[in-house]
Every structure is written in C-alpha cells, then in structure tokens.
Design a protein. Sequence first.
Length: 318
Amino acid sequence: MHKKRLRDAISSLKENGCLIHSVTRLRDGLNSNAYKISTSRGDSALKLYPLGNDTEFRFKRETEYIEFLNNGGINKSPKLEESCPSEKWAKIQWINGTKPEILEEGDINQISDFINEIKEAEIKNTYGLDLLDAKESCFSVKCWKTMFENRFRLISKQERDTKDDSQKEAIDWLLKIIIPSTIKKIEALEEDEVRYSLFANVMIETIMSPSDVGIHNTIKDGQGNLWFIDFEYAGKDDVAKLVADWVLQPNNKLSRELEKELIQRLSRQVIVDQAKWLKRYAHIKELIRCKWCMIMLSNKRRQYTDMALERAKRYYAQ
C-alpha cells in the first residue's frame, strides 16, 4: 500500500514541476513513512501519514503546527513546502545536521527560547489558526485520571493475554509498583487541586505544544543550532506538561542541573502564572515518569521484554 502511495505522491510532485533526482527511505521514525527526496531545488523530507482512524489528525496536527510556527517567524523548525490533504502526505524542508547524543546547557537555552517563541507567536497569532488539542493534552485532574484509567485497562488486557514468562514479570512490576504509585500521585494531585485550585486558569495558560518532544526529535546543524521536528501529536496543552515531557524523555532524561536551568529560564520568559504552573509541574512530572514506564513495557516483543524491564526500572529509580 505505501509503495503505491509513494508513487502517487511522487507523481503529484512531478506534475507540480518538482524535478526529483532520487528518493531514499528513512529508517528513523515510528509513526509515518518518511523519505528523503533530492530535487533540482535541493533536498526535502516527504512524509506519508499512516492510514487509520487518527490519520487525518496526525496530518492536520503536523501541517497546521508547522504553518503556525512558520507564520510566527520561528526559524528553528522546518518549513512546509507542499502538502496534499486528500492523500495525507507532506513535503517538508530538509534540515542538514545530525541527531545529538546528549543535551547540554547551551541546548537548554535553545529549548527555552523555542518554547518562549511559541508562546509569543501564540499570543500574536495574527493568522487566526485554531489548532487542535495535543494528542494527550491534560487540562484537569479528570483528564489525568481518564488517561491513566485507559492505560490501566490496556495493562490488565496484557495480563490476561500474555503467556510469556518475561512479559508476565514486566506486567507484574507494573501492577505491583507503577500502578499503585500512579494512583497515589493522582490522589496527591487531587488534594492540591482542592487546596490551591491548580487548574483554575489552565485554559488561559496553555501553549501550542510540539508534544512529542525530546532529543529524538531534534537536529543539530553545523553551527550548533538545534532544530525541532516531528509534530504529529502537536496542539494545545498545559505548559507544565510540556516542560515535564522535555525533562523526563527517556532517550535523554535531563539532569537536575539542566532541569533547574530550564525551569529558571522559562520562569523568566514564558507569560503564565508561575506559582500555579510550577505546582502543577511538581505533580505532573511524577505522573509522566509513571506513564513512560507503562509505555516502555507496552506490547514489547518477547525477546526485548527483559531489556525493556531493566531499562524501565533504572528510569523509574533515577
């Protein structure tokens, strides 16, 4: 199916005057089929968004978010060059560079600047773009409870279905350690919501979040500049959740020093109620940690389960 879709997309680009020299499949990326295309005008990325129930939302989120960034004058994200809503593909500016192996203090400064520029563009938003909510946006205690109840159900189903001993061990760890811990953290969030009304103004403290953030979705160019890519889950979300997503991304969990630097810079830059978002952040950070443990151990192939369990345990203990 994807071969035919690729041929159709290439044909459409050629019909629109794009002279294509080569097409190379990219191995990175778990969501869309991505290709590097070399043309007479330079290189571009071509993404074919997966066909399924949420396919239109992935295409819509990414293309509209890139448009939002481009219109806001944010120059550390690729430009949308061409797209086809009916066939769900997009041609996006190619960024020359490499995936960084670690994030350093200079990178933290660039991340905080990027978040601040997003907030400033959102405030201006002279183009009137009305973006969707992020894929797993949470604006209340109820949202957090619902998200985890859905994950608990999936884990219970895994428990019933699995026959592999290593998978059973992983699920047992989730059931005995992670789920009880998550429930306690949600209860603590509920208590502070009653005490401090943490989510009272959250809808005016949202940010147009890239959502799937982390070192895996950045590229560093030859001048040391970070570029931010991949916005298939982007949309409106709580700024506290966005920061927690950056800090706790398993591929490069930030050190306490870098976390402190990021929060200090954002507290000086981003226009939101500092007291409220920082209190929310303290709770959300712990919930995100539990969520990642569940993600790491969901639907793993048998030969990878032991490795994933050890990784999840190390991650949770840090």
